[in-house]
Design a protein around this ligand. Structure first.
Ligand code: HEC
Length: 267
């Protein structure tokens, strides 16, 4: 199989990281809680549930960690996210290793005469649960940004703009940044290009920010949508470089609205 097809398959597999990750999180936490309850009650509890949960959780963690490595290899990350990515990646990998070690240790000690040390087993189990929980939190930050929780309190996180054009036709009334464009950018772009995160050193939460642009220079050329990096970014046929990154493309109506606004001179 040629390298290109391999990388395509790897990229596709990587996309299943977010789907598979939830199972090991749940199962490993269940296993840890069951063991914890056993400690509190001072007698082993629900062991017939603990070991299957641990086994499924650790298999899932190994799979999800592998898919996570594949996923990260095919995504572009902002330099600002490197630290978050590293913490997420290594805690996830640690969770996979620690939970597998807990499984193996348990199996080995059942076979052995000594029965193994419960302390060692618990240390492995609890540290894998902590690693998976904290690692998942950093994964959430990576996807949703640092302000995901707080934005719900402060009322950022704009509601979805309507896709039906506010005006019967773009020429009936000129499109304005504030009323027609900003709501679209706020909904689809500002979590990565706003006050909290400036991926590509670009802010899209004001007309000035759009005009100033980012690393590539001004993100629009008023009057010429085809030469505007912002328009090119939302119509890019290549999913890896298309904006919004990691998301569905904008609905065609909104793409047309942005195109019309730029071509009208971006008022
Ligand atoms: C999930 C995060 C994310 C979202 C959402 C997102 N972007 Fe981006 N964007 C990025 C990253 C990361 C880069 C930097 C890529 C690079 O430098 O290689 C970028 C770069 C860009 C650039 C190039 C900037 C420059 O000058 O280098 C443009 C234009 C852009 N985005 C437009 C948009 C638009 C328009 C939207 C909304 C429709 C959007 N982005 C939504 C992550 C995002």
């Amino acid at each position: 199989m040629d390298v290109l097809a391999m990388s395509w398959i790897l990229r596709l597999l990587g996309r299943f990281h977010p789907t598979t990750i939830h199972f090991p999180i749940a199962f490993l936490l269940v296993a840890a809680v069951v063991e914890l309850l056993g400690i509190l009650r001072k007698k082993p509890l629900l062991t017939e549930c603990l070991y299957p949960a641990l086994a499924i959780g650790s298999l899932g963690a190994v799979l999800a960690a592998a898919l996570g490595w594949a996923d990260a290899a095919s995504l572009r990350f902002d330099p600002d996210d490197r630290f978050t990515l590293a913490v997420h990646r290594w805690l996830g990998t640690a969770a996979a290793l620690l939970s597998s070690a807990a499984c193996v240790y348990d199996l080995a000690s059942r076979r052995g005469a000594s029965g193994g040390s419960r302390v060692v087993f618990r240390t492995l189990l609890f540290s894998s649960a902590v690693a998976v929980a904290v690692g998942a939190h950093f994964g959430g930050i990576l996807v949703y940004g640092h302000d995901y929780y707080t934005s719900a309190l402060t009322g950022n996180g704009a509601p979805a703009p309507t896709t039906d054009a506010p005006h019967p036709s773009p020429t009936a009334k000129a499109l304005r940044f504030q009323e027609d464009i900003l709501p679209v950018l706020e909904h689809y772009c500002v979590r990565c290009h706003g006050p909290k995160k400036q991926n590509g050193r670009l802010r899209l939460d004001s007309r000035a920010g759009v005009l100033q642009g980012g690393k590539l220079g001004p993100s629009i050329v008023p009057g010429a949508s085809a030469r505007s990096p912002l328009y090119r970014a939302i119509t890019d046929p290549e999913p890896d470089t298309r904006m919004p990154q990691e998301g569905q493309p904008l609905p065609p109506e909104l793409i047309h609205r942005i195109q019309a606004w730029i071509d009208e001179g971006a008022p």
